[in-house]
Every structure is written in C-alpha cells, then in structure tokens.
Design a binder for this molecule. Structure first.
Ligand SMILES: CC(C)(COP(=O)(O)OP(=O)(O)OC[C@H]1O[C@@H](n2cnc3c(N)ncnc32)[C@H](O)[C@@H]1OP(=O)(O)O)[C@@H](O)C(=O)NCCC(=O)NCCS
Length: 165
C-alpha cells in the first residue's frame, strides 16, 4: 500500500472527525458485536459507540491516530489513553478496514501510539482484546505484548514494557 499517512487526529477538522465516527462505528458495531457477541442491538451499539467517542474527543488524556490512503480516506485508527496519574498507557482500540489489512498499517498506528506514550513518560503499554478476536491477538503478540490474564467475559489483557526516552 503506497502513500499511507498516519497522523494525530485533527479534532478541529469536522470532516476528519466525522470520518472517525464512521470508522469507529464499523469497528465497534460490526466487528465488536461479531466478536464479543454483545447483547445490545445495532442501534444501541451505534449510540454507545458514538457516545464513547464523543466523550473521548473532549478528554485530553485520549489521543487518536488515524491512517489515510492516498485519496485521503480514513482506513484505520488507534485510540490511546494516557492517564496523567499512571505509569501505564492503554491502547484501547486498534482497527484497520478489511481491504487494507495485511500491509503493516496496524504496525504504523501502533508505533505512533507507542511513541506518544513514551513521549508522555509512560513505562508500560496495556491492551485488551476478546478471545475470539484472533487478528488482534496475533497483532499484539507480533508487537511484543505479553499475554496476562483472561476474565470471565473472555477479555484478555496484554502488557508491554516501553523504552523510556
Ligand atoms: C488487528 C488488525 C488491526 C491488524 O491490522 P493490519 O494492518 O492487517 O496489521 P499489520 O499488517 O500491521 O500486521 C501486524 C501483525 O499482526 C499479525 N496479524 C494481523 N492480522 C492477522 C491475522 N488475521 N492472522 C494472523 N496474524 C495476523 C501478523 O503477525 C502481522 O505481522 P507480520 O505481517 O509481520 O507477520 C486488523 O486485523 C483489525 O482491524 N482487526 C479487527 C480488530 C477489531 O475487531 N477491532 C474492533 C474491536 S476493538
């Protein structure tokens, strides 16, 4: 895949923010419902996805990195949570649209998120995924995460030590 750019979301750009809402719905509704087999219906999931993104967009501890193709279409994103009072950062969401998968895009998004966490002084990156989400599990292992525990809902936590600056 040529000419892919990864950058911090420009929250002041309405078109860019709307593209993230669209992509976030696909990730949270289509993919997540399929994987985690959530009880809520699609309309409820869309509302939950939009509400969580709206809240995160006004939270200075949350950063979004977005990947765009040569035509400017948003084709992936990573959500990073860096609470001020913790040594840990959380990679809360990592998503690439199906046609763009397998071209190291997640790796680029992950690197951008990791750099940001390091630059904010974090020593640990955490992540979590469902046991049915095989692509994310494989990517997490490839990115150097260690698998921790799995809870009763099938959510697996991952941990990665970061090299400090
Ligand atoms: C996980 C995901 C982000 C990977 O995106 P990607 O751009 O295809 O990943 P990359 O090309 O950067 O691959 C990174 C590594 O992940 C691993 N990997 C990714 N997808 C894989 C798959 N389906 N099977 C096995 N390994 C896979 C590979 O080891 C790969 O490294 P390699 O090519 O050097 O072997 C993407 O498959 C995705 O969005 N899946 C859905 C995630 C989801 O459900 N999100 C919503 C709920 S949070």
């Amino acid at each position: 895949m040529d000419e892919i750019t990864v950058s911090l979301l420009n929250r002041g750009n309405r078109a860019e923010t709307e593209s993230l809402f669209d992509l976030h719905r696909v990730a949270q509704v289509e993919e997540h419902v399929e994987i985690a087999r959530k009880a809520e219906g699609p309309a409820e999931r869309v509302k939950m996805a939009d509400d969580s993104l709206s809240n995160n967009l006004v939270n200075p501890a949350v950063a979004y990195f977005v990947a765009k193709d040569a035509a400017g279409n948003m084709i992936g994103y990573a959500e990073l949570y860096c609470p001020a009072d913790s040594d840990e950062a959380w990679l809360d969401d990592l998503f690439v649209v199906p046609p763009a998968r397998g071209h190291n895009l997640a790796q680029k998004l992950m690197a951008a998120a990791e750099n940001q966490a390091v630059s904010l002084g974090k020593g640990v990156l955490m992540a979590s995924t469902h046991r049915r989400n095989l692509s994310t599990q494989a990517a997490n292992k490839r990115f150097g995460f260690t698998e921790l525990s799995e809870d009763e809902d099938g959510l697996i936590d991952y941990r990665k030590s970061l090299s400090r600056l």
